[in-house]
Write a protein that binds this ligand. Structure first.
Ligand code: PLP
Length: 435
């Protein structure tokens, strides 16, 4: 299709996500992608430094993942998952549960990150109902984002994205998070205050709370806000002491994004649910997975069908997604992968840290694994759009969250590509993202 025709048809037919079509520039038509590089229909290359909404782990168009999907498509592309099963799904559950903390042994498939969270919320509430216990409050954390379905929006109520749907959301108790950054001297006091607030809340409402959901270690959408593992442990200990089911939303933090394979392993916490998606398939296909304990699963075993978890999606455990996920796991467990992830973190902590320290416009650098973020001093209206345009003009895909600039590259990103990214950031900070 001619680029001009594609652009016009897109303009007249397509509704893009998270986009104000009245003011947004036209979308960039992408023809192909390899590794960390997108190529548009004119042949222009753009370095994908956000892993295409945080999904791409090993790079775009990875041949091992593409091959696994192709071979699976010829064997079994889709089958109803109620009353049927298949080897790629079972094998994926076997391999994922072997990597997670030992108590997490039961896997429920869905389609994306929002549904992985939605499933955990519904399972948690029904667990208490099936046990005949009156627990129906939910607890979430300030700045948490868990997706765009109604339950996920409810527990993400503190995010600014959901004003239009306030009347749809169920009530949720929101507790503070002690966000921190490098050289943050007040973090101990902030953590103590947040944990005291949680203690006070649990004293009153702990026994009525069904479940709590948190993005462990990094709250992505609210600006890559990071907290320390010790703080997360303090939160989880307090929730567990009150018998509250703990849901860790590892949709973004899973699969090595923060260094360790999962944030719960890095922080040494054992939740009752882990929600996975994004990197699950290496970013090649949509799939969600909610992993929980035998205790939760046991609450649903009963002669009555009403006690079953009557929830499912048409494409549950789609074999193509499972095949992609298995191929991605092979790459993730290859010894070269942690080396690559550690290399990215090292570069953030040295080269990016130097640039941030030297700029009066940049502050609050935080780094966990392959993710680095810092805040840019606001400078007039339209700053966010200006930053995006500045980087795109230089062939860099960076999408600041508000005034927070972050990098979340695929693990295959090269040293030269990181050099280009850092140089673009340095130039932007020097000029105020002008020109
Ligand atoms: C932590 C977290 N949870 C859930 C979601 C929702 O995932 P999805 O967009 O696949 O529905 C996201 C998406 O960014 C996320 O970052």
């Amino acid at each position: 299709m001619e680029p001009a025709v594609l652009a016009e048809l897109d303009r007249t037919l397509v509704w893009h996500p998270f986009t104000q079509a009245r003011t947004a520039p036209p979308p960039i038509p992408v023809r192909s992608a390899q590794g960390a590089v997108l190529t548009d229909v004119e042949g222009r290359e753009i370095l994908d430094l956000v892993s295409s909404w945080w999904v791409t782990l090993h790079g775009h168009g990875h041949p091992a993942i593409a091959r696994a999907i192709g071979e699976q498509a010829l064997r079994l592309e889709q089958v109803i998952f109620a009353g049927f099963t298949h080897e790629p799904a079972v094998e994926l559950c076997r391999r994922i549960t072997a990597l997670l903390p030992p108590g997490l042994t039961r896997c429920f498939f869905s389609d994306n990150g929002s549904t992985a969270v939605e499933v955990a919320l519904k399972m948690a509430l029904q667990t208490w109902g099936n046990r005949g216990k009156a627990r129906d409050r939910f607890l979430a954390f300030d700045g948490g984002y868990h997706g765009d379905t109604v339950g996920a929006m409810s527990v993400g109520v503190s995010s600014t994205y959901f004003k239009a749907w306030r009347s749809l959301l169920f009530p949720v108790d929101v507790m503070p998070v002690a966000a921190t950054w490098l050289d943050d001297e007040a973090v101990d006091a902030r953590e103590a205050a947040a944990l005291t607030a949680l203690d006070r809340h649990l004293e009153v409402h702990g026994a009525a709370t069904a479940a709590a959901v948190i993005e462990p270690l990094v709250q992505g959408a609210s600006g890559m806000r990071m907290h320390r593992p010790g703080f997360l442990r303090g939160v989880v200990e307090r929730l567990k002491a009150k018998g509250i089911l703990v849901i860790l939303d590892e949709v973004m933090t899973g699969f090595g994004r923060l260094g360790p394979l999962f944030a719960c392993l890095g922080a040494d916490v054992e939740p009752d649910f882990v929600c996975l998606s994004k990197g699950l398939t290496g970013g090649a296909l949509p799939m969600g997975l909610t992993v929980t304990t035998e205790a939760v699963h046991g609450a649903f075993l009963d002669p009555s069908p009403d006690r079953a978890f009557l929830h499912g999606h048409s494409f549950t455990a789609n074999p193509l997604g499972c095949a992609a996920a298995l191929a991605s796991l092979d790459l993730l467990l290859d010894p070269a992968c942690p080396v690559a992830r550690a290399g990215i973190e090292r570069r953030h902590r040295t080269d990016l840290a130097r640039i941030v320290a030297a700029s009066p416009r940049a502050s609050r650098l935080r780094v966990q694994g392959t993710i680095a973020a810092f805040d840019v001093a606001p400078d007039g209206p339209g700053m966010n759009a200006r930053m995006k345009r500045f980087f795109l003009d230089r062939g860099l895909l960076l999408r600041p969250l508000g005034d927070t600039l972050y990098l979340l590259p695929p693990y295959c990103v090269t040293g030269d590509q990181l050099d280009r990214a850092y140089a673009g950031i340095e130039a932007g900070l020097a000029t105020g993202f002008a020109g």
